[in-house]
Design a protein around this ligand. Sequence first.
Ligand code: BDR
Ligand code: CA
Length: 311
Amino acid sequence: KPQLLIDTDPGVDDALAILMAHAHADVLGLSIAAGNVGLSHTVRNARTLVDLAGATTPVFAGCPTPLVRLPEEDAAFVHGRDGLGDVGFPEPMTGVKGEHAALALLRLTREHPGEITLVALAPLTNLALALKLDPGLPQRVKRLVVMGGAVTGHGNTGRVPAEFNVGFDPEAAHIVFEGFPDFDLVDWELTLRHAFDEADFDEWLAEGDRRAAFFGQVFKVARETNRRSGRRGIIAADALAMAVAIDPSVVLRSERRHVGVELDGRLTRGATVVDWNNRLKLPEHANVVLELDQAKFAAMVCRALGAEKPT
Ligand code: BDR
Ligand code: CA
């Protein structure tokens, strides 16, 4: 079983990814970022999800704001004002640890050198801070999988080419991309190519256990927002990155490239710039995932919802 440390801002697709992680891996901790909604909500949501998973995973609160500039937008219109579809869940049983998320990332990777897959599902603020505190972090992790970026410029934020996680804290993404010599990048455009059929997904929700019932509730706002924006299918960015973290064989096609982050552009701040033709002669640190095994991905999601494996 892989050992995972998840940096996350739950968030509806984060919620699905966290359920997948608990169904398929050992989860050593959840380090929590601000992003989809404010930190107090994302921390509480993470605690709710640990309760739902029936786990004892420690939850560590991280940075409440990006490293440099305050964000221009959140994603409450997708995830609900509370980040989990405004269902109004009761106060969770799981508590929050006193240790800061960035310090917990450093400590846990020291305690398990070479064993941990770091999964980044949120703006990269906590990871960047951890890396600044200890640049030796990449040498201690087995893998880093990042959900972030839009590799050919079809972003999902107010700045056209920027994807949310990178666009929320571009400086943090820049620090992490420059600091890690090797990581898998699951970008927003890949997510759009790997959406689930709505009817299939509804079947899994109907068949599944309490986790499916929960997901059906929290997913309503996001589904409405998607429909209004004319998108078809069930889009779950963080779940896709989690599939890559749990089982690397889910990746069918990828290209190793240098990926930079635009920090200054008037129209392009937060864009990810992929050097497809190696013009810059910079280290090709990112394994840009281009195609996934959809059947394997679906099977992982089903198990996380307590539903039958799709045939
Ligand atoms: C990413 O942004 C967030 O809204 C999602 O949780 C995901 O991590 C997609 O761009
Ligand atoms: Ca997220």
